[in-house]
Write a protein that binds this ligand. Sequence first.
Ligand SMILES: Nc1ncnc2c1ncn2[C@@H]1O[C@H](COP(=O)(O)OP(=O)(O)OP(=O)(O)O)[C@@H](O)[C@H]1O
Ligand SMILES: [Mg+2]
Length: 223
Amino acid sequence: MKNVIEVQNLTKEYQNGGEQTVALDNINFKLSKGQSCAVVGTSGSGKTTFLQLVGGLDFPTSGKIIINGECINEMSDKELSYFRNDSIGFVFQFFNLQDYLTAKENVMLPALIAKKKYSEIEQKAESLLQKVGLLKEKNRPISQMSGGQMQRVAIARSLINDPEIILADEPTGALDEENAENILNLFEQIGKDGVSVVIITHDNKIAKKFENILKINKGKAVK
Ligand SMILES: Nc1ncnc2c1ncn2[C@@H]1O[C@H](COP(=O)(O)OP(=O)(O)OP(=O)(O)O)[C@@H](O)[C@H]1O
Ligand SMILES: [Mg+2]
């Protein structure tokens, strides 16, 4: 079976002043096309770093990231930004929404960046907001929303460009049980359509729902 994600000997070191942190230490990882995965590990173990590198938001110190057979480390900045916007749906740990825009505008933004027509994506944005239970809030600015509402806007936004891969950093961390369940069902549904979902979670119950688990401990992949 083809791999949607292949990570080879991935290492990331951060330099801050004189101090060096090895955030990821020689990680190898493969995910077959259409499969999903949970990433687990204690706080500071390297999960967010891993997701950012796989999504091409940051560069490794060494090692390779191959997405659908293509090495993203060899892409130009322009290719990389197209790749991110078209192929990857990000749900960030701290949401990264635009405060001054409404929920709907935030959901539409990646599609507008991809030069899709406003009139064509408006309905799609609304249907995604409906799926995360926020249609009524579509015209509210982000600055007036609760943490859980913002998280759900971020999830709707990650789906607007029909990505092949969703990279979600604790996407249910700010949600109550019912909303979390709804989001996990949504991801499961997307998974059935062939999208690979990679989700960071601290919740063992959630992790167990995934056929693949990557456990990271102090930057290393462990069994
Ligand atoms: N920009 C940075 N500069 C220096 N060190 C960093 C930077 N980003 C992360 N780190 C360090 O890298 C390590 C891994 O961080 P990372 O954010 O990947 O952890 P995490 O597993 O996502 O943790 P959490 O569960 O708390 O979100 C930590 O020791 C962190 O302090
Ligand atoms: Mg993190």
